[in-house]
Design a protein around this ligand. Structure first.
Ligand SMILES: Cc1cc2nc3c(=O)[nH]c(=O)nc-3n(C[C@H](O)[C@H](O)[C@H](O)COP(=O)(O)OP(=O)(O)OC[C@H]3O[C@@H](n4cnc5c(N)ncnc54)[C@H](O)[C@@H]3O)c2cc1C
Length: 450
């Protein structure tokens, strides 16, 4: 990629905006080419050229894909492989502490005090929380402590879900970026001011006032899972459509009206200011829906908005950031953390690692973690065509298989004493060592309701 970049290669670790400005692009063009930085939960001022180039190469060069049956099929598929190969999955089982003795992992303690012993622990929890809360900074070297403190998360990605009584099957099967108007593209300064005020929320003390600006000015990403996969009977009843609207937003709890609340309790949802701000943002999303699907905004039967607080409450993301560490020049590609850590037996996976951000990066990081634990070249084996799982153990899913329901039945009960959390035969920690590999995270825990 670097060779193909030619004269632009030195820009690889610079912010994306710098390349667009050097190319002499007009502010309008810059705005149009900037909106999809939101797909990585970032802005062109922060996102590195490398991160954007990889994204464009992936999405435009390779094309974007959508799992048949919806995104939940991925989780259901992984769960099926784990369980059919002897693994045990426990949801609603929050890890409170990763236990460490003499620089080595000894297991995890769950929130209600249960201890699961393991010589290997793989953490998919947010990396800052993994190190600060689950591990404890006292177990890290001073250099590593300093590194953890300087990490910056990407923006929260807020998501509106709309059930529309309208048949959109004749519309193009496309992703859309809806730009409300071009007023903020008068100049580069106007674009920068808009980013500071609307996307970062700077200078706002009144949440409703910010939300009105956001609703009027913020470009948003739209897609319909019903249109993407008309065969998915769980998406929407026939003749109706599910439409999702996403965009980046500030995290600031004061702006959103959930400051002062313990987010985990969910109490903030009753706050009048929080509800009012959500309503204004939803109305802005409906305006963007109207731009793409004329007439649809008046046929809404159901709407729901996941705010940064929802992200934090459901998956424990620092600052409600589902894309993990921001893809800034100093946190992009190989400069992101790898899977091994300085603590013996502790491995990291997920969107924060070198293979992130996003779903694909998170999945690839899992392969690399498994390779490091097993001491095998799993990426090489897979590229050479090896199938690691035993396909004959997998069940065939009916056409109306419900992946969400399938992921709901795992429960929280502790395994029987002779069972292990995840068997890893052939591993340096597995075959010769009867203990287990524990995984923090991976499937949605149902800690609460939005
Ligand atoms: C609405 C939305 C749309 C998206 N669309 C796309 C897309 O189209 N393409 C794309 O590539 N990416 C997309 N993303 C981003 C993508 O979903 C994330 O980057 C990806 O899921 C991150 O995977 P992960 O395994 O690192 O973390 P997560 O999926 O966040 O998984 C972490 C898991 O750890 C659990 N956990 C956290 N703390 C603990 C603890 N202490 N104990 C036990 N469990 C814990 C959480 O409950 C969670 O289940 C989207 C995100 C959102 C919110």
């Amino acid at each position: 990629m670097l060779r193909a970049a030619g004269w632009a290669a030195p820009y690889v670790l610079m912010p994306y905006i710098s390349l667009m400005v050097t190319c002499g692009l007009k502010p309008r063009t810059i705005m149009a080419l900037s909106v999809d930085a939101g797909a990585q939960a970032s802005t062109p001022l922060a996102l590195s050229v490398l991160a954007q180039a990889v994204y464009l190469d992936n999405y435009i060069g390779g094309g974007s894909y959508f799992p048949k049956g919806g995104g939940q099929m991925l989780a259901a598929g992984f769960a099926e492989v784990i369980r059919s190969h002897g693994g045990i999955i426990r949801t609603n089982s929050e890890v409170e502490k990763i236990l460490i003795e003499g620089g080595k992992v000894t297991g995890v303690r769950l929130e209600h005090g249960e201890i699961i012993k393991a010589t290997t622990v793989v953490s998919d929890a947010d990396i800052i929380r993994t190190y600060t809360d689950l591990v404890g900074l006292e177990h890290l070297s001073r250099t590593m402590q300093a590194r953890v403190k300087t990490w910056r998360m990407s923006h929260p990605l807020i998501n509106g879900y709309f059930g529309i009584e309208q048949d959109i099957s004749a519309t193009p099967n496309s992703n859309y970026f809806a730009i409300p108007n071009w007023d903020d593209a008068r100049s580069l300064f106007a674009l920068a001011r808009m980013s500071r005020s609307v996307v970062h929320g700077r200078g706002h003390t009144d949440g409703a006032a910010w939300a009105r600006q956001f609703a009027a000015r913020q470009p948003m990403f739209l897609q319909s899972s019903t249109r993407r996969d008309p065969t998915n009977v769980h998406s929407a009843p026939a003749g109706n459509a599910a439409i999702e609207v996403q965009t980046i937003a500030p995290y600031d709890p004061k702006i959103w009206g959930f400051d002062g609340y313990d987010v985990a309790s969910g109490e903030y949802r009753k706050d009048k200011a929080y509800r009012e701000i959500k309503k204004i943002v939803i109305d802005g999303m409906l305006d963007r829906i109207e731009q793409v699907y004329p007439g649809a905004s008046s046929k809404v039967k159901w709407s729901e908005l996941a705010s940064p607080a929802s992200q934090q409450r459901f998956v424990g993301n620092t600052g409600g950031a589902p894309f993990g560490l921001e893809g800034t020049p100093d946190q992009a590609g190989p400069l992101r953390p790898g899977t091994r850590t300085s603590i013996d037996g502790l491995f990291l996976v997920g969107t924060d690692t070198a293979w992130g951000p996003g779903t694909e990066g998170a999945m690839i990081s899992g392969v690399h973690a498994a390779a490091a634990i097993l001491g095998r070249d799993l990426p090489g084996e897979i590229h050479a065509g090896a199938v690691i799982a035993d396909r004959t153990r997998l069940t065939t899913w009916d056409p109306d298989f419900d992946p969400l329901n399938a992921c709901r039945g795992f429960g929280t009960a502790a395994p029987a004493p002779d069972e292990v959390l995840l068997r890893c035969t052939g591993s340096p920690h597995g075959a010769s060592d009867p203990s287990s590999v524990g995984c923090v995270g991976g499937l949605p825990s149902r800690r609460g309701r939005r």
